[in-house]
Design a protein. Structure first.
Length: 462
């Protein structure tokens, strides 16, 4: 970020400099054009004054010079001096050009001699007179066969341009310096503000998830730091949950493995008699099934969370399909003395993934059977409307404490919290239900009354 700020600062400074120089050039052109226009106007006015002065001394424009030349020149000098003073010019000169000769009408002729003979009216050029740079032009006043040539030179119009150019260049330079200083200061300030965030990120990358970024002020960097700390807390919480999950899985794996190992050693040394063989085989089968179920649930949950599974929607009779899923649990329910009731709104066709939907129903029914005491009832209801499928699985078990309702879909929470009620089960079934339902764009919720039972609701949009 600081490198980008430095680059942008230099870019802005260069742009300001370029724009400033362009502005200086534009201002010079405008001032020169205005000075030229004013000079042209003054030249025309001076030409008319000289023409009027010659008329006042009795000159006839059409008949040449009839009066004393000295009187004509004296009047012209007086008019030219007045025009120079009133107009604020440095030099005002004039000559009378006749077919025979040229008569000077001003005391000095320095500017007239410097001007090219082919200089046209409303054309200006810059030249140096007695070491002074001037903007000069001419005005031709016809007098019959003769003409008066008035030359005007002025340095004053160029002075404001120079002063304004200096002021503008100074402003540009000051602006460039301020931008560079501001950009450097801002980059340094941001670098210092980001140092804590950078240090915290390095610590987290090295495994210290307890690292936190300092939060100072209420600017954008502070907001990023707050978000970073929230992420760090989430990572730390996730790591703690993963650690607890692994410890719980390890415990759940150790229990059946210990049982299997114990019986395997007993069989190896011949400590199991023929009369106990059937019982030992049953225990080994039960513990093997428990291990299988636990491993399969862990692998399935890993695939779901990694989104490494595919939904394969089919147009099926949802009520009939879920009825078949429930029927597979009737024998097990009879074995534990729990009744299963299934109700639906009749044949209802929808496009869903039958395997995933069946898996959700199976996990909820299995969970209900696990926590429903003997003599209880598990009720499964399927309602299919125009837009939503609602699957309801209710039991008459001991229910869930209100403080635990918000955690029933967390990994291993129910299994750990209610292990004395039902010690078997992987503790991942409800987590798998939530992940599958959310992957299919649905929602799952739970209601429970302690001592009266629990109801799970799955809503899937059609």
């Amino acid at each position: 970020m600081t490198r980008h700020i430095a680059i942008w600062t230099v870019g802005i400074a260069v742009a300001m400099l370029v724009v400033g120089l362009a502005g200086v050039g534009y201002v010079n052109r405008v001032l020169r054009a205005e000075a030229q226009e004013e000079l042209f106007r003054q030249a025309e006015a001076t030409g008319r004054l000289v023409e009027g002065a010659l008329a006042d001394v009795g000159r006839n424009p059409g008949a040449g010079i009839e009066g004393p030349l000295q009187a004509v020149r004296s009047e012209a000098v007086r008019v030219l001096e007045r025009a120079r003073v009133v107009g604020g010019h440095d030099v005002v000169e004039a000559v009378l050009v006749t077919p025979v000769r040229t008569f000077p009408l001003s005391r000095d002729q320095d500017l007239v001699r410097l001007l090219p003979p082919d200089l046209e009216e409303r054309e200006a050029l810059t030249l140096e007179v007695d070491g002074i740079e001037m903007l000069a032009t001419v005005q031709h006043v016809p007098l019959g066969a003769s003409e008066i040539v008035v030359a005007i030179g002025r340095s004053a119009p160029l002075l404001p341009a120079r002063e304004m150019t200096r002021a503008l260049l100074l402003a540009v330079v000051v602006g460039v310096v301020l931008v560079v200083v501001f950009g450097s200061t801002l980059a340094q300030w941001i670098r210092q503000r980001l140092a804590g965030l950078q240090n915290a990120s390095h610590r987290i990358a090295n495994g210290d998830l307890a690292a936190r970024a300092p939060v100072d002020g209420d600017d954008a960097i502070a907001t990023v730091s707050v978000a970073f700390n929230d992420m760090a807390e989430h990572l730390e919480s996730t790591r703690d949950r993963e650690r607890q999950f692994l410890m719980s899985i390890g415990h759940d794996l150790r229990t059946p493995l210990t049982t299997i190992r114990g019986y395997a050693e007993a069989l190896d040394v011949g400590a199991v008699g023929s009369e106990d063989a059937e019982r030992v085989a049953a225990v080994l089968h039960a513990q093997t099934d428990r291990l299988t179920r636990l491993v399969e649930d862990v692998m399935l949950l890993a695939r779901i969370e990694a989104r490494e599974f595919t939904l394969r929607p089919e147009h099926i009779d949802v009520a009939s399909h879920l009825g078949g899923v429930v029927d597979t649990y009737r024998t097990r329910a009879d074995d534990v003395g729990v009744a299963i009731e299934y109700r639906s709104s009749g044949a209802s066709y929808a496009t869903v993934d039958p395997d995933r939907l069946g898996q959700v129903c199976s996990n909820l029914v299995e969970n209900a059977l696990r926590y429903t005491p003997e003599g209880g009832t598990v009720t499964v209801v399927v309602d299919v409307g125009n837009e939503v499928i609602r699957l309801t699985v209710a039991d008459t078990g001991s229910g869930i404490e209100s403080s635990d309702v918000g955690h029933v879909f967390d990994r291993l929470y129910v299994a750990e919290r209610y292990r004395p009620v039902r010690p078997d089960g992987s503790g991942l079934g409800l987590t798998i239900v939530r992940e599958l339902v959310e992957a299919m764009g649905g929602a799952v919720s739970v209601e429970s009354d302690p001592g009266e039972g629990t109801r799970f609701f799955v809503d899937l949009a059609l």
